[in-house]
Design a binder for this molecule. Structure first.
Ligand SMILES: NC(=O)c1ccc[n+]([C@@H]2O[C@H](COP(=O)([O-])OP(=O)(O)OC[C@H]3O[C@@H](n4cnc5c(N)ncnc54)[C@H](O)[C@@H]3O)[C@@H](O)[C@H]2O)c1
Length: 281
């Protein structure tokens, strides 16, 4: 599948990984439309720094279906007709709170994380798959299976989706659900010629991973990764995403880009991990 001339919606397209993917797609001659929660002016400025003509921005809250559908409808009006081919779904949150043993204190965070990371993933996959299909004649729910490739969606999970470590009690479980949504969507959208895959990064230098968190995560990588035990560059994630977009046989697959991550619980180590963990996510 060629990226050139095709349009991809990038949720979280103004963030670290989303920005890297957007620029890779543009470098291959594609169009990108960023859906992000930045105010209109800031979002426009960001995407125009990617490309003055082949990058668009629509403010969108992925946790709100109306907002996602509205941004998708606007997308179909500005891009070259019939060019919407896929999505790279990068928008997510990872809120943290102080460690303690009161699990009920995690319930409110869990609810928020579910709304953005899980409901948002389902809403984005659904609205964008529908928009891709809307570019073709509607032959009803039991139309014959198509033979042409209509599109590809890549969701972003995480190494902490499986297994989920204690420090990622809410975020990790939300990313397990992203893997489930990816599998279900891949199976459901097969008859429409739309592939669905995911990428699971380890620790990436991005907005989600602010500079003050990096030293802690560096020590976690040194404790639990095979090689290389370093922070991942956003380009290394975007390379994996482009591979999934471009290789037409890749479907229903999760690529871990993690240097061989072997978990981060470390209960058996010399130091109780709760003493050093920054927060409970
Ligand atoms: N950075 C890491 O170490 C890491 C590791 C594993 C997985 N991930 C995943 O990678 C993906 C990209 O994250 P990133 O590292 O680029 O972080 P980032 O914070 O740089 O980018 C996330 C983007 O999502 C946007 N966003 C947040 N909530 C939104 C909402 N409700 N609606 C629309 N946009 C919203 C933010 O404004 C931001 O631009 C996420 O799914 C994240 O969970 C990141």
């Amino acid at each position: 599948m060629k990226v050139e001339g095709r349009t991809f919606i990038i949720t979280g397209g103004c963030g670290g990984i989303g920005g890297a993917v957007a620029q890779s797609i543009i470098a291959k001659g594609g169009y990108v439309v960023s859906f992000d929660i930045l105010e209109e002016e800031a979002g426009q400025a960001k995407v125009k720094s990617y490309h003055p003509e082949r990058a668009f921005y629509f403010k969108c809250n992925i946790a709100d279906l109306d907002s996602v559908v509205s941004a998708t409808e606007k997308t179909l009006k500005v891009i070259p007709k019939g060019s919407l081919f896929g999505a790279v779904h990068c928008a997510a949150i990872a809120p943290g709170r102080q460690w303690d043993n009161k699990l009920v204190n995690s319930v409110a965070t869990f609810s928020k994380v579910l709304q953005v990371n899980v409901y948002g993933t389902f809403a984005v996959n659904a609205a964008i798959a529908d928009a891709i299909n809307s570019q073709y004649p509607d032959e009803g729910p039991f139309a014959p299976r198509v033979t042409e490739e209509r599109g590809c969606i890549v969701n972003i999970a995480s190494v902490v989706s499986q297994p989920v470590p204690a420090r990622c009690l809410t975020y990790g479980a939300s990313k397990t659900a992203v893997l489930g949504i990816t599998q279900g969507m891949a199976d459901f959208l097969g008859p429409s010629g739309i592939r669905v895959n995911s990428v699971s990064p380890a620790v990436v230098a991005s907005g989600l991973m602010s500079a003050d968190r990096l030293p802690y995560f560096q020590s976690e990588l040194e404790a639990g990764v095979i090689f290389p035990r370093r922070i991942t560059h956003p380009d290394e994630i975007s390379d994996a995403i482009l591979f999934l977009l471009e290789n037409s046989m890749m479907n229903d697959f999760n690529i871990r880009v993690d240097g061989g991550w072997r978990g981060s619980s470390n209960w058996g180590g010399p130091v109780d991990p709760r003493k050093n963990a920054l927060s409970l996510e």
